[in-house]
Design a binder for this molecule. Structure first.
Ligand SMILES: Cc1cc2nc3c(=O)[nH]c(=O)nc-3n(C[C@H](O)[C@H](O)[C@H](O)COP(=O)(O)OP(=O)(O)OC[C@H]3O[C@@H](n4cnc5c(N)ncnc54)[C@H](O)[C@@H]3O)c2cc1C
Length: 297
């Protein structure tokens, strides 16, 4: 069985930052495993600027931020295994890895989970009706448009005004689509003021607060939704061919369920808690990496 001192699950901003810090602390046997074919986690699909202001003193795009982390990693001897999914982690400090159909077991001394977070889906809301094509989470839509260059629809309704919802509203607008509105159940937009200004106001995209979706209409493809005004209870039909949900993120920790108290385990980045700003995720991960690296000397 292969043995590694420090195994890191996830090569996003957190996993890469933790690895460089652990290396700088003196640990010389580090492996990062990521199921994706390219490193960076969500960063490569975030082609907008807004990353790295506090770390680098300039606003970078997601891919540029990832490049800086990868440049730092390249000056270390950290082993990066892409296309490698960690299927399970056991209390006896072994992990089951799958790479292109081959399964192997790795023994480790410490493990840093840097697996990011997952999006809440429409299934998390009490929404009636069918589930036709044309309903996407904001992250799925972002990846499909920015990395796969595929067209998703023309008449777009967005549910949720967190940063991701507002960023995707602007993205669809830039793609020449009609963004009907961003619906928000709260009385105020959910994301940062700078994103409201840059993504909504500057593109004249309407924000409709105290509203949510109650029913989905359409056979084959979505044709509209019944929205409800939460204060009056009044219902309104909104025609659309695309519904994008930006309902929030949940830290992804399924891999270590039941192992949370293990002294050899640390959580870094968005799987620990959801960070709005990549710099915060990266600096928390650096602390975790330093601590893990030092403990392994
Ligand atoms: C759409 C969007 C826009 C954002 N915009 C900004 C912005 O403008 N400015 C800013 O500062 N911050 C922004 N952020 C926040 C910032 O990007 C994140 O906080 C940060 O990148 C999270 O890094 P992470 O490494 O924790 O997670 P991720 O980037 O999600 O990385 C997790 C990695 O773990 C891998 N993984 C998960 N499970 C496994 C497994 N079992 N086996 C192997 N690999 C696994 C995944 O493939 C992934 O590569 C944005 C975030 C999003 C989602």
């Amino acid at each position: 069985m292969e043995h590694v001192k420090l195994l890191i699950v996830g090569a996003g901003a957190a996993g890469l930052s933790a690895a460089v810090s652990a290396w700088d602390a003196g640990c010389r046997d580090i492996r990062i495993a990521d199921r994706a074919s390219a490193p960076g986690g969500v960063l490569p699909q975030c082609i907008h600027r807004g990353f790295g202001l506090s770390t680098f003193g300039e606003e970078l795009s997601g891919p540029s931020y990832a490049e800086r982390l990868l440049a730092a990693l390249s000056s270390t001897g950290v082993h990066l295994s892409l296309d490698t999914e960690v299927l399970s982690v056991s209390h006896d400090k072994t992990a089951l890895l799958s790479r292109r159909g081959c399964v192997s077991r790795v023994r480790f001394e410490r493990l840093i989970l840097a697996s990011g977070c997952r999006e809440k889906t429409i299934g998390s809301l009490p929404v009636f009706g069918t589930r036709p094509a044309g309903i996407f989470t904001a992250g799925q839509a972002q990846e499909t448009i920015n990395l796969r260059h595929q067209d998703l629809g023309r008449e777009v309704l967005i549910l949720g005004s967190g940063d991701l919802g507002m960023i995707m509203a602007r993205r669809f607008s830039l793609e020449g689509k009609h963004v009907i509105a961003v619906l928000e159940q709260a009385a105020h937009y959910g994301g940062m003021a700078r994103n409201y200004h840059r993504c909504m106001e500057m593109y004249q995209i309407p924000l409709r607060c105290r509203m949510t979706v109650r029913k989905i209409h359409g056979q084959g493809r979505i044709s509209g939704v019944t929205a409800v005004h939460l204060d009056s209870g009044e219902q309104e039909y909104i025609a659309c061919d695309t519904l994008v949900t930006a309902l929030g993120l949940i830290p992804e920790r399924a891999l270590v369920q039941g192992l949370e108290a293990s002294p050899w385990l640390s959580l870094a980045g968005n799987c620990c808690r959801v960070y709005d700003i990549v710099d915060s995720a990266a600096s928390q991960a650096q602390r975790i990496g330093h601590e893990a690296g030092t403990s392994l000397l």
